[in-house]
Design a protein around this ligand. Structure first.
Ligand code: TMP
Length: 430
């Protein structure tokens, strides 16, 4: 039984699946620059995203006809080495593709890009497994043009098909094939351009697109990712960098932290970390962390994961096990028991552990800002925290991803991203 209105959907690449602007504009700029040609402002360069690039070099950017092949050559070299890595997958695209695939809809891709390049981009962003047919122009062959590309991306037989694209060429190509054109109004073309070119509907954003293609469909569950490490492991910096890169891969990221993450839990955080509260007993401390967590899980974490988001949480229950269970000596089991009703089954899907010796980590931390109450604890406390963390990692090898954090920010960030992507996108080849 068909659950969605279309049984075949063909997507354009740039401006529809990917926000391509930064990548394309920066490589066009580089090519013009290398050729000693005057480079227009970014706002004008934006126009080149979408239509065949050789035409844009000539018609929009005034490159003399005789130099267009050179401009294309320079552009391509820079784009495949650098520009394509500046692409980002629009939010919700991953869930749309998954929902279509799971419903048995034929999913095609028709792009004016060279086929090999389109394939490289899909592979890098781990979307190559989501398409039944990928069609692009072949290097050295006569241009097929959008209508023919779309025809080839469609299945042999279909009941109702649509082409989703952000420029007039996509809509015209849809009409030429007798199928519906759905405008990606969030891309590079305007709504007017798309309507004039024959779009039957224009999606203002990718949530709107999902409603058109997958009405009433169940959004796939999101992902719960936590980041752990001793004070000074660079956890907060790394979590922020990870958020940015995961967004680029199309994940709808909700970054949050513990203790805190919502109003009640942030209030509890102030009490726990207040340097005046030196007489707080370990059980009180452990229960306050658990109380803050209970609210955070029920108000923020669980609803977001159920809405399909990737929740990226700076510390979670492992911190309680390490700090209160190990550091304060309450014991791992007691702390886990205290936290059972707080966690309420929301075990992280993966946990990134930033591994660094606690002495090196603390030196780093103290040089950055004033210490809070827990950071003022003596060395043996942090030694016990580290030991407890190491045991957690040993006992939960499938959940933990360990990265050596005693290196420069960029190196750690790269390894952390790769390690996390391996968990999120196990089929990724790049
Ligand atoms: P932060 O510096 O990462 O924001 O964390 C605040 C402090 O709280 C840090 O020293 C670790 C500590 N902590 C615990 O002791 N138990 C917990 O459950 C959590 C979440 C943090």
């Amino acid at each position: 039984m068909d659950i969605f209105p279309y049984d075949a959907v063909v997507f354009d690449l740039d401006g529809t699946l990917f926000d391509a602007e930064e990548g394309i504009v920066s490589s066009v700029r580089r090519a013009m620059d290398e050729m000693g040609l005057e480079v227009p402002a970014d706002a004008d360069l934006r126009e080149v995203v979408g239509p065949p690039l050789a035409d844009s070099f000539r018609d929009l950017l005034g490159v003399p006809e005789a130099r267009v092949p050179e401009a294309m050559e320079r552009y391509r070299r820079d784009f495949s080495a650098r520009g394509m890595y500046l692409y980002s997958v629009y939010p919700n695209i991953r869930s749309i593709l998954t929902m279509l695939r799971e419903a048995g809809v034929h999913v095609g891709l028709a792009t004016s890009k060279p086929l090999w390049l389109a394939r490289d981009i899909l592979a890098y962003f781990a979307l190559d497994g989501d398409f039944d047919r990928v069609v692009g122009e072949e290097d050295g062959a006569a241009k097929l043009g959008k209508a023919e590309l779309i025809r080839r991306a469609l299945p042999d037989r279909y009941r109702r098909a649509a082409m989703v694209g952000d420029r007039k060429f996509d809509m015209a190509g849809a009409l030429a094939n007798g199928i519906e054109g759905i405008g990606a109004g969030y891309g590079c073309g305007t709504e007017e351009e798309l309507i004039v070119a024959g779009a039957s509907v224009v999606a203002p954003d990718t949530e709107g697109l999902r409603a058109i293609l997958c009405p009433g469909g169940e959004i796939p569950r999101g992902f719960f990712l936590t980041v752990e490490g001793p004070d000074g492991s660079g956890k907060t910096t790394q979590t922020e960098l990870l958020e940015k890169r995961l967004r680029q891969f199309g994940f709808s990221v909700l970054r949050t932290r513990e203790p805190g993450g919502c109003a009640i839990s942030e209030d509890i955080r102030r009490i726990i970390l207040d340097t005046a509260n030196t007489d707080m007993c370990p059980a009180c401390e452990a229960l306050l962390y658990a109380a803050a967590r209970a609210q955070h899980v029920s108000q923020v974490i669980r609803p977001a994961v159920e809405r399909g988001m990737l929740v990226l949480c700076d510390r979670f229950v492992d911190s309680s096990v390490a700090y209160q269970g190990g550091g304060r000596g309450l014991g791992v089991e007691t702390v886990q028991q205290i936290n059972d009703p707080a966690v309420d089954g929301m075990t992280p899907d993966a946990t990134l552990y930033l591994a660094i010796d606690h002495r090196a980590a603390l030196r780093r931390r103290l040089s950055a800002s004033e210490p809070d109450r827990l950071e003022l604890e003596a060395g043996e406390f942090h030694e016990r925290v580290q030991k407890a963390y190491e045991r957690l990692v040993r006992d939960n090898r499938r959940r933990f991803v360990v990265v050596d954090a005693a290196r420069g920010v960029d190196e750690v960030a790269k390894d952390a991203l790769d390690a996390v992507l391996e968990r999120l996108l196990p089929d990724r080849r790049a």
